[in-house]
Design a protein around this ligand. Structure first.
Ligand SMILES: [Zn+2]
Length: 265
């Protein structure tokens, strides 16, 4: 199928193409364990992720820079109070936008083509990507609105790390860079244009270097065959046991010992 901004997020598109968020559902990130069964349930339309205010605030800022805020407001009436005022979270989003717009350097990175869709075949799978700001021949930029840009996250296996690694934005950079390379023959640098939701919004342009992206792309290469098997129903999905889907569908058959409650800590 030919992808458009209208069908990009459809189930049909997700079945035909792998996306980074779908990949992360199947393979997990350092911060979020994989749940293959939930990933498939989403693809089959059996499970929908809750649209949280945090996600909606990010979409609000995206919509502003894409010049589609009017459409966004019409589609999401819940962002207004009964009196027709923007709710506090979206007034904060407006402050973030203002902070970004008074930084010329940040705005340079946001001056590319917005929401550019590309596809490519990588590791036997068809992939789709949507770039927030694509500067032809120059850079790939993804806009992220985070709680904080400097918060440290902890994982058992890797210790402390920043938000980009924790949430797998380096995986996103790796796939985006490779898909653009397949389309244009140019390996462009990947940047996260980041802003925080703190009382005083923080802003940064963050580069994830090519060596790190290469490592992440190798991981994607390792994980993709299994994902394709799962999507083709040629392998049985593993349940993570802790996500909302697993909680929603679990069927009790015996008691557990209290020491099992915390899992393998
Ligand atoms: Zn699960």
């Amino acid at each position: 199928m030919i992808l458009t901004s209208e069908n990009y997020h459809s189930l049909e598109a997700n079945k035909e193409y792998l996306s980074v968020s779908q990949y992360k559902d199947f393979a997990g990130t350092l911060g979020k364990p994989a749940c293959e069964e939930q990933a498939l349930a989403k693809l089959n339309g059996d499970w929908e992720m809750e649209m949280t205010t945090a996600l909606l605030v990010g979409s609000y800022v995206d919509a502003h820079f894409e010049s589609t805020l009017d459409v966004f407001k019409a589609k999401n009436p819940e962002i207004f109070t009964k009196q027709g005022q923007l709710k506090a979270e979206y007034r904060r989003a407006e402050e973030i936008i203002n902070r970004i717009e008074r930084d010329d350097y940040f705005m340079k990175y946001m001056s590319g083509q917005k929401q550019v869709i590309m596809t490519a075949e990588l590791f036997g799978a068809k992939w789709k990507i949507k770039i927030d700001s694509y500067l032809d021949d120059i850079a790939i930029v993804d806009l992220k609105v985070m709680e904080s840009l400097t918060k440290q996250f902890w994982t058992k296996d890797f210790g402390y790390m920043d938000f980009t690694q924790y949430w797998g934005y380096d995986i996103q950079g790796a796939v985006y860079q490779e898909v653009v390379y397949q389309n244009t023959g140019k390996r462009l640098p990947f940047f996260i244009a980041a802003a925080s939701k703190e009382k005083e919004p923080n802003i940064e342009i963050i580069q994830i270097d090519d060596d790190h992206l290469k490592e992440k792309l190798y991981e994607v290469e390792q994980n993709t065959p299994k994902i394709l098997l799962l999507k083709d129903k040629m392998a049985d999905p593993i349940r993570c046991g802790i996500c909302d889907w697993c909680k929603h569908t679990k069927v009790l058959t015996k008691p557990i010992h209290y020491s099992e409650l915390l899992g393998e800590v």
